[in-house]
Design a protein around this ligand. Structure first.
Ligand code: UD1
Ligand code: UDP
Length: 355
């Protein structure tokens, strides 16, 4: 079986690392990796291939830093060329980025089967570019690999999976596979860490592109950092916006650093007291590493974390962020509950594709 994996953004490298590791166990599967180039800084791309031993991409399309239409359009064109040349049996796409929709659309137009990993997630906020990418990818995929029951239900509510040509498979979360596999390899970052700290990340377009929300988030983080240091590995998108704005981020306890590799991130996750983030992946990793989470968004796709008290949604309001922090830093929860499978999602995915 010939399979083409299409990836391009940081969280996709992490998800694909788990699945590629499983693929490598099967001599009868040939995996070809196409990196769209969407993320390109060394610490947003190369470091993950190196640390997680992901096979070097066979193609790098080097498409990035464009508007949504231009980026997606150029990716479709280039991915199509690769697909025409390689003629795979399956195209494997991950999550909800522009690389995801470009990969699935290019494949389906050529009648190539598409498998979508992390299918069925919904925020029900159609202003999010990710929501459009995931709805459309789910609509045209042949196999939909869902991490949770909620994801399966979301697809069924949309009538997906009704015909015999489409299969919905609940397989658990591949990010859990990665967290389990790489946990013991955690690496202390190359700087002195405070004894106690909050780990934070901010990159979601709805926060970075709305000056009111961004200012409010940074005001809250600055105030909270007077209580407890905050380590903020900053996404280049946010870094660019901040450096072009009047926003002041000077506070010795608000420690802004460049993005770190996955192994450093695991170390930070293991050693922090709380996560404050607008990342999708980090909300789950907070749970995997048994840390409370405050989500700086108005909704989440990972509703089971909120329903079980592991995560609190606070939006971008300064006071709500501060009270969310005060509540969740005290939180003592019982993490003995299985929400994302048992770390065998990748195995299930490959078994299903081999059928
Ligand atoms: C993308 C995904 C988002 C995902 C995030 C993961 C889409 C629509 N969005 O958002 O769902 O949560 O990745 O991190 O696909 N940049 C750099 N260096 C890099 C990468 C990006 O400077 O290595 C800059 C780009 O030049 C651009 C900005 O960051 O100006 C945004 O990059 P882009 O890939 O468009 O979207 P993300 O915000 O990274
Ligand atoms: N991550 C990382 N280094 C960082 C910030 C995040 O390795 O400096 C990892 C994080 O642990 C998680 C993934 O990147 O595994 C999440 O990606 P991101 O937040 O960029 O995207 P999202 O999950 O929101 O789509």
């Amino acid at each position: 079986m010939k399979l083409i994996t299409i990836i391009g953004a940081r969280p996709q490298f992490i998800k694909a690392a788990a699945v590629s590791r499983e693929i490598a166990k099967h001599k009868d599967i040939k995996e070809i990796i196409v990196h769209t180039g969407q993320h390109f800084d060394a610490n947003m791309s190369k470091i993950f291939f190196h640390q997680m031993q992901i096979p070097k991409p066979d193609y790098n399309l080097e498409i990035n830093s464009l508007t949504h239409g231009a980026m997606t359009g150029r990716m479709i064109e280039k991915i199509e060329e690769v697909l025409l040349q390689e003629k795979p049996d399956w195209v494997l796409v991950y999550g909800d980025t522009n690389s995801t929709i470009a990969g699935s659309l290019a494949a389906k137009k050529l009648h190539i089967k598409v498998a979508h990993v992390e299918a069925g997630l919904r925020s029900f906020n159609r202003n999010m570019p990710e929501e459009i990418n995931r709805i459309l990818t789910d609509k045209i995929s042949d196999i939909l690999f869902c991490p949770t029951d909620t994801a399966v239900q979301n697809l069924q509510n949309e009538g997906i999976g009704k015909n015999s040509l489409t299969r919905i498979v609940k397989c658990g979360d591949v990010m859990q596979d990665a967290a389990i596999f790489y946990s013991n390899l955690a690496q202390k970052p190359d700087f002195e860490l405070p004894e106690k700290f909050i780990l934070s990340t901010i990159h979601r377009a709805e926060n970075t592109d709305d000056p009111k929300r961004l200012v409010s988030i940074f005001n809250a983080l600055t105030k909270i950092s007077n209580d407890i240091p905050i380590i903020l590995p900053l996404h280049p998108r946010t870094k660019k916006i901040i450096s072009n704005s009047q926003l002041t981020t000077h506070n010795s306890q608000l420690i802004i650093i460049d993005p770190v590799g996955y192994l450093e991130m695991i170390y930070l996750l293991k050693n922090c007291s709380l996560i404050m983030t607008d990342s999708g992946g980090l909300q789950k990793e907070a749970f995997f590493f048994e840390k409370p989470c405050v989500t700086l968004r108005d909704e989440t796709e990972w509703v089971e974390l909120v329903d079980n008290g592991f995560n609190k949604i606070v939006g971008a309001d300064e006071n709500k962020i501060i009270s969310g922090y005060q509540e969740m830093i005290q939180m003592k929860n019982n993490y003995n509950i299985n929400l994302y499978g048992n770390g065998e999602a990748s195995k299930k995915i490959i078994t299903e594709l081999m059928k």
